[in-house]
Design a protein around this ligand. Sequence first.
Ligand code: PMP
Length: 440
Amino acid sequence: MTRTPQDTADLYARHQAVLPSWLSLYYERPIELTHGEGRYVWDAEGNRYLDFFGGILTTMTAHALPEVTKAVGDQAGRIIHTSTLYLSRPMVELAERIAALSGIPDARVFFTTSGTEANDAALLLATTHRRSNQILAMRNSYHGRSFSTVGITGNTSWSPTSLSPLQTLYVHGGVRSRGPYAELGDAAYIAACVADLEDMLQQTAGGVAALIAEPIQGVGGFTLPPDGLYAAFREVLARHGILWISDEVQTGWGRTGDHFWGWQAHAASGPPDLLTFAKGIGNGMSIGGVVARAEVMNSLTANSISTFGGSPVTMAAGLANLNYLLEHDLQGNARRVGGLLIERLRAVTAGLDAVREVRGRGLMIGVELVRPGTEERSPEAASLVVEAARERGLLIGKGGQGGASLRIAPPMTLTVAEAEEGAELLAEALRAAQETLAGA
Ligand code: PMP
């Protein structure tokens, strides 16, 4: 049934009346998405959009991927859920596959239903293992919405409370652009961040439990640290016995093209002690989890179960999705098509004053916007572009420091033709937004 714009407006009014004020929606006229296919989605009014945000990277392969839909349907037709108190074949199988892919020796996997919970579990493990509630996190980071994970989120627009059960120390290195060391070359930048970390540790009484970091900050705007940064950090951490948690909620599963996991861009350091994942692995089904060396994972002695973590329907989706991803070399596709998209975006935005930078790796691409002719970050421009892109049938995300970056992370089956179509639509949206800003 096709809805009218008035129907959508009525739904929005009901949403506002019953849901929290801070559950913010994109767009002046929010969209009700009703179905999808491949890299496209449709709203209730029948409008089609090219999806360059994939539900914040949750639709990893494609919308309505038949293999995943069938796996979910078959499993749901047998049994939807029992409890993690009973043996589950899909859960054991997916855990075995993820343990083998993680690169972590003697790995154990614990499933949750979200990235937040995965990081929460990682914090529980690390603090218990190290008997310390001190955590190092990166400035401008994002790790989730629970009481503990907001306490390690170093981005003010996403940190609703300063109260936290953890003592968090924020270190440099997560975002380089315009930070105090922005002008340094890679090696000098890494040395400055390492010195900052050493200095912080020297001034901190008691042992720190862990450092948690996103290899490429997601909500933070898809900013790239220089390769090797975490290898350098790792050396310092190892000297202090501090664990390294790599939050791969956005960077996992080959999205960055060059690597299956984000930590591999820093490979000299070897794998992290703990790795957290979520989002894409379920292709939209809610799967999260933490991988850790047995020694760390098994440091919890009290029973711990998650009622829904590892639920059979989600595990069936994860297995089907993972098989598809590996069989179709979607990491290679992310590298090839993502590389091309970055080039195209650089080309089509070359003459636009509002665009400061197009950056990224694979299919994680950020576009930072400024007030035309200045270096001043422009969240207004970002909002205008996101609206203008929607009007042209393109869905993108925004975020980053000051809310001034566009975020592009399409499903990893993106074709070259779709990449070109999206780059053109985005260029049009940018031009329109720039004209509006110039006239303002
Ligand atoms: N870590 C990172 C890096 C994320 O980007 C997110 C979600 N944006 C989370 C954790 C939290 O995941 P979830 O929303 O599934 O709880």
